[in-house]
Design a protein around this ligand. Structure first.
Ligand SMILES: *Cc1c(COP(=O)(O)O)cnc(C)c1O
Length: 354
């Protein structure tokens, strides 16, 4: 693949990864491509990371046609690797379709990412829990405030070095608050798309949860407000009588690559994994009678986020002994082990950048 490359005059100084806040530092270059009706997606190139100039009427600013992805590159024995990146570009296309935006060639998008990562290889950190976070984003660029799908779009891939989310030894615990008033998504809506508006509309509940001393929101379904959906921007799992449970995909739950990977390898290891509709009262009963021993979120950013306490309908419940449980630990060690090639990659999930 021959991508146009615009070199920058001066490279940035690399920051101390231990000191940067998540998602605030970006590398020297980015991928850029444009779409219009006549040419389709075109002009894929690697250019210096720099501000954009937008007309005040730019469609995305008004009607929010914007979808994104999130994945990570890891450094293993001096090589850059990706974890199931094809899944992210497939999902990007499903999100684009849902928002009436033009689909992009998945191979071309992935190839452009790989070219970018080759150039930026010195930005991939190699400490424990550290990675280069990859953010593809597509947004509407027509200069028009007419309420119509935009006729022009831009695709960018930007890169941000990130440290471990929790302490040095990998896993910490979080406290979550069950949201009874607001919902994240409804069936038939856009919950299963990685659509910017989903995150804008979730921030108020997140703020309330934070004020009450909780770090994440447990979202219930948007119709009956009775069934478990997600925790923050992660999928949720729990362990009950030694078996794994996660809400069944229903159109309002974001289909996580981490979720899918956990289900696949846990089944391979002999775990029974249930994808069910899970009523909050049944879940609460399980916490009270001790049959639910672990609860954790799952997503690219944290990989696994064990929950120590849950507030359900105003009552705070402790999960097990409030510590990181053995299943969460096993899943974390296995997934991060595969990602860093310390554990056999029997499913062929790791893709080398070369
Ligand atoms: C991105 C995301 C997830 C997790 O998806 P991964 O592919 O595992 O990172 C879960 N829920 C929401 C709402 C998300 O945005």
């Amino acid at each position: 693949m021959s991508l146009k490359f615009v070199e920058r005059q001066q490279l940035k100084e690399k920051p101390n990864i231990k000191e940067v806040a998540f998602g605030t530092t970006f590398t020297d270059y980015m991928v850029s491509a444009d779409y219009n009706k006549d040419d389709g997606w075109h002009d894929f190139k690697i250019i210096p990371y720099e501000p954009l100039s937008l007309d005040p009427s730019t469609a995305v600013l008004h009607y929010a046609q914007t979808v994104f992805e999130g994945l990570k590159a890891y450094k293993v024995d001096g090589e850059t690797v990706l974890f199931r990146p094809e899944e992210n570009f497939k999902r990007l296309n499903r999100s684009l379709e849902r928002l009436s935006m033009p689909k992009i060639d998945e191979n071309q998008a992935l190839e452009s990412l790989i070219e970018l990562l080759k150039i930026e290889k010195d930005w991939v950190p190699n400490g424990k829990g550290e990675a280069l976070y990859i953010r593809p984003v597509v947004f509407a660029t027509s200069k028009s405030i007419n309420v119509l799908p935009s006729s022009e779009y831009k695709f960018l891939i930007i890169l941000s070095p990130v440290g471990g989310l929790f302490s040095q030894d990998g896993l910490g615990t979080t406290k979550i608050y069950t949201e009874d008033k607001y919902v994240r998504a409804v069936r038939g809506g856009v919950g299963e798309a990685k659509f910017g508006g989903n995150y804008a509309s979730s921030m108020l509940a997140q703020e309330y949860a934070n004020e009450k001393g909780y770090s994440q929101v447990l979202w219930l379904d948007g119709v009956e407000q009775q069934y478990l959906e997600e925790v923050g921007a992660m999928n949720i799992f729990f362990v009950k009588n030694g078996e794994l449970y996660t809400p069944k995909l229903n159109g309002s739950i974001l289909p996580g690559v981490t979720r899918k990977s956990i289900i696949e390898f846990a089944r391979d290891r002999g775990y029974t994994v249930h994808e069910d509709r899970i009523h909050i009262d049944d879940f609460k009963k399980g916490l009270e009678d001790g049959s639910v021993t672990e609860v954790f979120g799952a997503g690219t950013a944290a990989v696994v986020a064990p929950v120590s306490h849950l507030n359900i309908h105003g009552e705070e419940l402790k999960v097990g002994d409030g510590e990181v449980g053995p299943v969460a630990k096993e899943i974390y060690d296995t997934l991060t082990g595969i990602q860093t090639k310390r554990v056999e990659d029997k499913f062929n999930w790791v893709k080398e950048v070369k």
